[in-house]
Design a binder for this molecule. Sequence first.
Ligand code: GTP
Ligand code: MG
Length: 432
Amino acid sequence: MAEKAMCMSTQIPDDEDIQRENNVRGLTMLGHFGFECLPHQLVNRAIQKGFSFNILCVGETGLGKSTLIDSLFNTNLKEKKSSHFNSNVELKIRTYELQESNVQLKLTVVKTVGYGDQMNKEGSYQPIVGYLDAQFESYFQEELKIQRSFVDYHDSRVHVCLYFISPTGHSLKSLDLLTLKSIDNKVNIIPLIAKADAISKNDLQKFKYKIMSELVNNDIQIYQFPTNDESTAQMNSSMNKHLPFAVVGCIDEVKVGKRMVRGRQYPWGVLQVDNENHCDFVKLRDMLLCTNTEDLKEQTHTQHYERYRCFKLQKIGFTDVGPDNQPVSFQEIYEAKRQEFYDQCQREEEELKKKFMQRVKEREIAFKEAEKELQDKFEHLKRIQHEETIKLEEEKRQLEEEMMNFYKMKAGSETLQTQGYTNIKKDKDRKK
Ligand SMILES: Nc1nc2c(ncn2[C@@H]2O[C@H](COP(=O)(O)OP(=O)(O)OP(=O)(O)O)[C@@H](O)[C@H]2O)c(=O)[nH]1
Ligand SMILES: [Mg+2]
């Protein structure tokens, strides 16, 4: 078929050629080839594969996040109540398989738990930023693998963040601004005024205007419904003017006249969730699930993930052009990086060697000094000991001399005593 198409196209007269910018000729087809069915092939394949969509709900405790998600999919996703006494903001992640006609949707809903409950709200946005980055990182790592498995890979990158604003009618809180500013370049943000039934119609318009001007003043980027597709441009541009959507959630049905409608029953009447005069719920659902789902996914990939990917690669040291503004290949950068790394290792090794030698020298000097000190001490002690020995020997000699004298004296006195006894005896004998 392709061959046939090529043959046919060469027979078309020159005057029908359209010279395009990229030098591709536009030709008028003279027959039916069948490639007009390409979109059907894509649709069939996509239906077979199924779709996935990941929503992040950020909002203070009790603002109606779970109720709104239930209302969007008209089902009770039956989630357990979370504790709201956590010292940190946490995220609750649930994945559901949904089906509408023959279309399967793998829906992942991530909700904040305990957002805004802490006394110190400074780090409240960090778990949210951490989660968004972690999903990008996981995809990035899969991309870098040699054997990639994108067919089975569950892409958990967040496609949209529904940011629930408290219906104060006043202004955004500093926590809102801080979080929105931290995530606006990581995810498509659709701001919502939660529990919008708490605000009167006039106040709601002023509140919407206030919120939008605060977002602009703080340079916070929110998702704009695209206006580059003719079929949706008009609707999308009018929807952009309704942002932030004022939503009300409820899955209970109440009777209005003879009809059963989804709505909240109040003493003064019924607020119908699906009534566009009552709130923007239908606008949100249409924009999110019917008209712009694919664009949200595309923006996630081409804008937010791309930014993350560029940042990561640049951080590693990769770039598209060299210092001379000439394109450089991955291989070249890799080689240059390797060389740079090798040089750095060499430098560090040299540095370490120098430091080691210096330390050895210092230790050697210190050892020598200590050795000399010990030697001096030893000599000093030796001298003292020698002097002590001489002194003791002198004392010993003196003592021995004294002893000799003593023995001499003793012997002399004994001799005298013996002579005395002899004389006395002689006298006695003479007297007799
Ligand atoms: N008036 C009003 N009440 C609502 C609306 N949406 C939900 N609620 C009520 O608000 C309460 C909290 O709703 P949830 O949907 O549990 O709020 P949440 O944000 O999921 O709360 P956590 O998960 O605990 O943070 C429930 O009693 C809901 O019925 C709404 O649009 N308007
Ligand atoms: Mg909830």
